[in-house]
Design a protein around this ligand. Sequence first.
Ligand code: AMP
Length: 224
Amino acid sequence: MNLLIFGPNGSGKGTQGALLMEKYGVAHIESGAVFRQHVGQGTELGKKAKEYMDRGELVPDEITIPMILDILGKQGDKGWLLDGFPRNMEQARKLHEALDKAGMHLDYVVEILLPRQVAKNRIMGRRLCAKNNNHPNNIFIDAIKPEGDTCRVCGGPLSARADDQNEDAINKRHDIYYNDVDGTLAAAHYFKALAGQDPRMTYIELNGEGSIDSIRETLLSKLK
Ligand code: AMP
């Protein structure tokens, strides 16, 4: 089972991706995490990638595409969930080409739809509980809105992550994601068109404005 997941930063992609991994027992291949690992280990690739990552830019395709295709080639029969790749049209075409060549195909492509302004509010509204990072608090989401500046779960003190408040950085990432000419949305739509012609491939669109549970239910109802 091979899956792709698309969704802007702030869409709950991580949560729904975890559900897919649990259901199908597939490996999680997250391009951002792979890069962070290289940076952490100080590899040559990590050194090259870091300067782009620090600027919030995409690492060049010459580095990213072979790195991801190499990892995919080493996976076993259980398959994988690819997350964070492809992020542009070139990556999408190369992925499709490589799968075709290897006699592989995608089973599901999941896109979480969320208007850009909503995604931005969600990121900027996130608050961290000093007592437990997993306590969900967001001043812009009614269901998990904290009481003043204390955690809605345990009453602990809340703070905002500095990078969540950096509007320039958020805009830069969203410029890449919401670009439907040759950016990430274009890549998603490329696979949507392919799914329309390939009965082995199912394209699932989820409304990211629903609650986590309702998105989860919709997703589960669409999976075989
Ligand atoms: P992420 O954790 O997905 O936000 O990724 C962190 C950083 O890794 C990004 O800002 C990019 O610099 C780099 N990166 C991750 N995935 C890709 C990709 N598919 N293509 C190019 N750069 C990527």
